[in-house]
Design a protein around this ligand. Structure first.
Ligand code: MG
Length: 414
């Protein structure tokens, strides 16, 4: 029997999305094969994954001495350094790249994989938010599909299948509203890190959870949707839906609305990208998680309160401005969130700092990747300068060896 399994590389295999991707692969051993695994610094878990999934290539990007010693011991054959991500993404046996690294390190390997004709399952937000103008034309040139691995974009993608773009009136992206949706506005300034991390419906990493509390995550998703579905911003709306059961909707010109519903779990959008165009039966698998309508007490929808969530307004503005503005949005948010997580900033100062950085930035139109990276790095520094903090600040200590941009990053979630 020929081996017909889809051959997959995962960048960021030890992160939240990477681990859940391997859950899906584990549930369908006759459908998927792991060709390459790449991670940053969690060598113990990477070694465990390698023992279970037998990839042809393992890569680790952290270059600190402790990680190197661990690699020598547990994964002596692992490729090392940032270039290894591109080697993994473009391995000749790979058909599909799951791009689930956090931050900006995934952009170059993703572009390389597109040029090598690999299908992209995209979980990394920065790639399209900052470089959508480079990535999507490149994908079209090479006839490569960029498939979403975020719950909202997966929902939009499913609703749009078989439809004409010209007949779409609006993409309606749902937002849970996060843990601060109902908090009195005057108390927002005193929100603790623990309160902001207590997301009501999704379990995710700290950066994306804070971005969900400020709705910056939704703003980044609006910009992603603009690039993924080639939709103008005036056709993309956000609807607050606290239960996170409707993952997004598409309204058509005839007033009809299609929506995608399922219990909140990242396994499903991951699985749908991995198996596309097939849908895989989950009954009897450990992933089974079917929605029972009678168990749902209610589904609520409300408008977004932009006074409460100015980050969403800033994201729309940066997306509409284009050029390097989204890179500044991402860079400023990254540092501001890192400062908040350290207790060095009230939550409500996050949008204020981003807004000031955007105002002070001179936008480069139609930027090359280097311009994008420079703008993001400038914005990270600018937030530190605005707070009177030294530039080599611990806000970047999380970045390990993966470069100064993209420290705590945001693989998709919620
Ligand atoms: Mg999401």
């Amino acid at each position: 029997m020929p081996d017909t399994r889809r051959r997959i590389a995962i960048l960021g295999s030890t992160g939240s999305i990477g681990r859940q991707t391997l859950d899906v692969i584990r549930a369908y051993p006759d459908r998927f094969a792991v060709i390459a695994l790449a991670a940053r610094g969690n060598v113990a878990l990477l070694a465990e994954q390698a023992r279970e999934f037998h990839p042809q290539l393992v890569a680790c990007t952290a270059d600190d001495p402790a990680t190197q010693r661990q690699l020598d011991e547990l994964l002596p054959d692992a490729l090392r350094g940032l270039d290894a991500l591109t080697t993994a993404a473009t391995h000749p046996a790979v058909e599909m790249l799951v791009a689930a690294t956090s931050g900006l390190v995934g952009v170059l390997p993703t572009l390389a994989a597109i040029r090598a004709g690999k299908t992209i399952a995209l979980a990394n937000k920065e790639t399209l938010v900052m470089a959508g103008h480079l990535v999507m034309p490149e994908a079209r040139r090479h006839g490569v599909d960029v498939l979403p691995v975020d719950s909202e974009h997966s929902a939009l993608w499913q609703c749009l299948r078989g439809e004409r773009a010209s007949e779409v009136r609006h993409l309606l992206i749902t937002a849970s509203g996060g843990p601060l949706r109902t908090m009195p506005l005057e108390r927002m300034r005193d929100v603790t890190v623990a309160q902001a991390l207590a997301h009501p419906t999704w379990r995710m990493g700290p950066k994306v959870t804070i971005d969900s509390a400020t709705l910056m995550n939704k703003g980044l998703e609006v910009i992603e949707a603009h690039w993924l579905f080639d939709m103008p911003y005036n056709k993309i709306e956000v609807v607050v839906h606290p239960q996170s059961v409707i993952h997004s909707m598409v309204e058509f010109v005839d007033d009809s609305i299609k929506l995608q519903a399922s219990l909140p779990s990242m396994h499903l959008p991951i699985q749908d990208a991995l198996s596309y165009p097939d849908r895989l039966d989950r009954a009897g698998t450990p992933l089974a998680h079917a929605l029972r309508w009678p168990e749902l007490a209610r589904l609520d929808f409300e408008d977004v309160d932009l006074d409460r969530f100015p980050c969403l307004r800033l994201a729309y503005a940066a997306g509409r401005r284009g050029g390097t503005a989204p890179a500044v949005l991402v860079g400023a948010d990254e540092t501001a969130v890192a400062l908040f997580l350290r207790g060095a900033l009230p939550l409500t100062d996050i949008p204020a700092l981003i807004e000031t950085a955007l105002e002070r930035h001179t936008v480069v139109d139609d930027p090359a990747l280097d311009d994008v990276l420079a703008a993001s790095a400038w914005a990270q520094d600018e937030v530190l300068r605005l707070r009177g903090l030294p530039l080599r600040d611990t806000a970047r200590e999380n970045s390990g060896s993966v470069g100064r941009v993209g420290s705590v990053g945001s693989a998709a979630g919620g």
